[in-house]
Design a protein around this ligand. Structure first.
Ligand code: ADE
Length: 257
């Protein structure tokens, strides 16, 4: 999978991309990340990539020419009409559709993705209208630019690709991948400061362990993210368990599960 990042801050990418799992994925040729400096596509003496907004008001706006030129220098003149599947050209912006595990899964199906990191108060609208094919926000808060969001997207998408994670079960059991939060994890020692690992996990009985994990997942999702539970695919057994938990709360008149 190939990512092309267009940014005014190329120096922020290498430290993260050269660490840990993404580093290994790059070395093994599972992903590649091209980081392209938009400023290199300016042609004036001072390499100006932003300008004041038409109509007045505060803040600066990213100019269209260097962004178009940078993207076209990598993807060709007509990125939408290249052979094969069109390369999505994604603008990272708080105005985009919200990035979720489902969006990461969707993007992981592409071979090649371009990411444009917005800076300043915004980008010239013609970039949105005539170049970009998708806009993504990583959440309802405003950052100083799209660089961290781009990195988050690269990270979340990369770990879904085959062989990127060391674990052969990969990302299957992740929180969110099944529409539920993950069950609690424990490792050695079996007792730490008097706090014991649940007995069931040490029982060696895999049917019991799986059932306990499923119930913990349901319980945790019910407590923390009831909105997710409404959309999750639940078996009859799951529903029974959840209803039982809700009834228990009602019965005991306690507000917390
Ligand atoms: N740029 C600034 N804030 C952002 C956000 N929340 N998501 C994506 N890009 C952004």
């Amino acid at each position: 999978m190939k990512f092309e990042v267009f940014t005014l801050l190329p120096e922020v990418f290498p430290p993260y991309l050269e660490s840990s799992i993404l580093k290994r994925a790059r070395e093994r040729g599972l992903i590649s990340v091209g980081v392209h400096n938009i400023r290199e596509h300016t042609h004036d003496k001072h390499h100006v990539a932003d300008d004041t907004p038409y109509g007045g008001g505060g803040g600066m706006v990213m100019k269209p020419e260097p962004v178009f030129e940078a993207v076209e220098s990598v993807l060709g003149q007509n990125p939408l009409q290249t052979t094969g599947t069109p390369v999505p050209i994604i603008l990272l912006t708080p105005q985009g559709r919200v990035f979720t595990q489902r969006v990461a899964e969707e993007l992981s199906q592409h071979e090649h993705i371009a990411l444009i990191c917005g800076r300043y108060e915004g980008v010239d609208e013609r970039i949105r209208e005539r170049l970009v094919t998708d806009e993504i926000s990583i959440g309802d808060y405003v950052l100083t630019g799209g660089e961290l969001p781009a990195m988050i997207l690269i990270d979340a998408v990369s770990r879904l690709l085959p062989r990127v994670l060391g674990d052969p079960t990969g990302a299957e059991d992740d929180s969110h991948s099944m529409g539920l939060l993950e069950y609690p994890h424990y490792t050695k020692p079996a007792e730490f400061r008097g706090w014991k690992v649940p007995e069931v996990l040490q029982s060696g009985n895999h049917a019991r362990i799986n059932q306990w994990r499923r119930e913990q997942s349901l319980l945790r999702t019910l407590r923390r993210r009831p909105d997710m539970l409404e959309k999750a695919e639940l078996s009859e057994k799951d529903i029974k368990f959840v209803e039982g938990q809700k009834a228990k709360v009602k019965e005991n008149n306690i507000s917390d599960l």
